[in-house]
Design a protein around this ligand. Structure first.
Ligand code: HSE
Length: 309
């Protein structure tokens, strides 16, 4: 194989109580990347279409994660990367994660899969570090693996695919304002109250149990973020209005997607997600901020190969 074209999905990360450890892909939104073998050693961005991202290989998340992979695998060729960027940078739905994961996935395939997909996570995280100043796994892991993924740490046994009850859908609104992940992390306190920690751990444990038992009542009680949301919501216009509407319309939970400004809600069934979509659009139209919305299954698909030669 000399050339591969892939679809690398957008992702919702944190998922309320899973800060930096939990995420899932959205079905219909993602970037396309074409990666080709080259006689020239090293890795380059040769084309970017759609939303702008750096071409400089020291600054692009795709090349930074790929460089590290290449250092370890030492292939006898280089790689050219083209990106069709559909996910807006700074949107909170894994824009950088999509490319950091896509490049290492594509290169690993072109080299005949020397590493497992789980082993690629630590390389993709290095790319994340460039754009957000933090090497978090909660976007790149679900982008690579698909499904609701919990990353305890990067060793394979600590990367856990959680069950997704059949009826779970998500609604996402992406207000078209940029919130840089680095800034959204900077405003977080470095220490938290013991009581907040207790609540967050209890919610996360209950969430995992609810997923294993398809217990929607318990899901509703546990999709809660006691630590992060209160600090970041001020960066997101009409956050409280949107959240209240989602809960009023039956959402099991609603919080900030990743570092924002996107907001997600989880619903039981597609109908509630569609109702939420209609009403939240009305709220956001009043803000005069451009936005997109998505209604999707909690996708069990990660990166997909579109074509290869
Ligand atoms: N877990 C990261 C954060 C995700 O919340 O900062 C960033 O997309």
């Amino acid at each position: 194989m000399n050339k591969i074209k892939i679809f690398s999905p957008a992702t919702v990360s944190n998922v309320a109580c899973g800060f930096d450890i939990l995420g899932f892909p959205i079905e219909s939104l993602g970037d396309e990347m074409t990666i080709s073998k080259s006689k020239n050693i090293g890795v380059r961005i040769t084309k970017v279409e759609g939303y702008p991202v750096p071409i400089d290989s020291q600054k692009n998340v795709a090349t930074v994660s790929a460089e590290k992979l290449i250092q370890d695998l030492k292939p006898n060729c280089g790689f050219d990367i083209e990106i069709k960027k559909n996910i807006i940078p700074g949107s909170g739905i894994g824009s950088s994660g999509s490319n950091a994961a896509g490049s290492v996935f594509g290169i690993n395939k072109l080299l005949g899969d020397p590493l497992t997909t789980k082993q690629l996570i630590k390389y993709a995280m290095i790319g994340e570090g460039i754009s957000s100043l933090s090497e978090h796994p909660d976007n790149v892991a679900p982008a690579l693996l698909g499904g609701l993924i919990m990353v305890k740490s990067v060793e394979e046994e600590n990367i856990i695919s959680l069950p997704i009850p059949n009826d779970l859908f998500c609604f996402v609104i992406n207000p078209k304002i940029e919130v840089k992940t680095s800034y959204s992390r900077e405003i977080l306190p470095s220490k938290i109250e013991l009581s907040s920690m207790t609540k967050q751990v209890a919610n996360f444990g209950a969430l995992v149990h609810a997923l294993h038992t398809s217990n929607y009542d318990l899901l509703r009680l546990s999709l809660v973020d006691n630590v992060i949301e209160k600090h970041r919501k001020k960066l997101i216009p009409s956050f409280d209005k949107v959240k209240n509407k989602c809960i009023e319309l039956g959402a099991l939970g609603c919080s900030i997607s990743g570092s924002g400004p996107s907001i997600f809600a989880i619903t039981k069934g597609k109908d509630d997600a569609i109702k939420i979509d209609i009403e939240v659009k009305k709220i956001y139209k009043e803000t005069n901020i451009d936005f997109s919305t998505y209604v999707s299954k909690i996708s069990s698909d990660g990166i997909k190969i579109i074509d290869s030669i």
